[in-house]
Design a protein around this ligand. Sequence first.
Ligand code: AQP
Length: 344
Amino acid sequence: MQRVFSGIQPSGIPQLGNYLGAIRNWVALQADHECLFCVVDLHAITVWQDPAQLARQTRELAASIIACGIDPRKHILFHQSGVPAHARLAWIFNCVARIGWLNRMTQFKDKAGKDREAASAGLYVYPSLMAADVLAYHATRVPVGDDQKQHLEFANDIAQKFNHDYGVDFFPPIQPLIQGPAARVMSLRDGARKMSKSDPSDQSRINLADDADTIALKIRRAKTDPQPLPDEPAGLEGRPEARNLVGIYAAMADTDAAGVLREHGGRGFGAFKEALAALLISHLAPIAAETRRLLADPGAVDAILGEGAARAAEIADPIVREAERLVGFLQIPSAAAPSSHVRS
Ligand code: AQP
């Protein structure tokens, strides 16, 4: 059985893009894969996070993932900081990766913006940690949104270079799984920007926790153009906002753009937006309700993460120990400190 790894940052409330680009595909993969799903809090602090909020968002995100349909008894759901193997392997990978490779990463350029000198060093080496997340488990399949494609190519480059430098065949190739008509959901306010949980405008995204009225209002206000919907996908060319809404509809209705336009082509956006809002509400309202139910018992959510971290560490520790041995780190078990060194 192939092993799947995927992660999501607790950097805000999960949004529709996270759901359609990643989490929904995770749910489907559970049937015939061994899966690890990770709330990647180490990645989240590559940009500033308020500590109390980070802890709360980590728990809330875990609850939301379970509410979406992930089964933490059959698969592993955990928080990244609970498994030190990620950071250990990431350091080795920082020393395998080349600065030139990192300089080509478009997500760093997008997130750092104009003032690159002020970005954290962690944001710059984020792709090495992401490679470690996957390869610490020898996972071979990684369901992600389209924005993460370049990072997974980088992870494959690291795996290959590690294997080459140390003369081994230790890290397997990774296959990105980028699926569906909404592999890149765009902002509701600007069809050229991806939907993001950290976008300063809440109107730019649908949060998985939004109530029905909020979803309806955000869709009603979503930017569009004055033309009616075309009859065929080719007519969406040069109309990024229309293409985005059609893509979201297609993903939610399990069809494709052609199927959506057969039904809605020629109609104005008013009626289409109403139908889209109804579709979103019918899918997302039960997720929001189940998330609230789970969060009524925060200790139970924490216990799921703690148990998941222990199970994840059981897989990752031997793999990362072997990587450390291959690099040449001494394999000396830590001994208890001699009593003379222990302060009373
Ligand atoms: N707009 C999107 N469309 C499709 N997939 C998306 N993903 C994110 N945004 C979209 C996918 O969601 C998974 C988890 O993403 P992440 O939280 O690890 O990081 P991100 O890609 O940076 O997501 P955000 O929401 O934009 O977070 P912030 O605002 O904190 O940077 C990934 O598989 C991603 O592809």
